[in-house]
Design a protein. Sequence first.
Length: 192
Amino acid sequence: MSKPDTNPISWCVGVICWLLMAAVIIAGILVFVGYIVIRPKVPQISVASAQLDNLYFDQISMLTVQVSVVIKAENDNDKAHSRFYGMRFLLSFQGVKMARLVAEPFDLNANSSVEFNYVPEPTTIPLSPEDAEGVSRSLRERILTFDLKGRTKIRWGTGPIASVENWLRLRCKLHLPVDGTRIFPKCRSRSK
């Protein structure tokens, strides 16, 4: 018995599949080598500083505060630029929203950073009797705690390799001295 001849179409399909497989393997190797050479780092956002600028507490039902916050965006990559957009943060005290901190889209070149100085208007916060007691206790300890949370979307290019998109999330507890001392919290973003 003789073996059946292989159809030329089957040969062509086999060669095309082999070429596609070789192209995928070569592309994977190039991406890996490019990543190792460039060593990209995810850009970061952080709270550079914060300060309680203004405080008035009538001990009955109202607290008026003004807080300034400096947000820093950093791109530590040697060879990659980054773009930040959709930057939105919410500053609150005991669940009461005080201010929205937003920034228009912006670009950062390699090894650069930019700071955004947010000084929202003073906010008057109505307090329940329990909340007023908590504020009195915090004032005796000389520190008020504020929540800052938000996120931004980033796109960063890695040279010849395609750009990468990622969400950065920031969630901080700001323990601010009531005497107006500026603090420098160690609060950095996390990737989503």
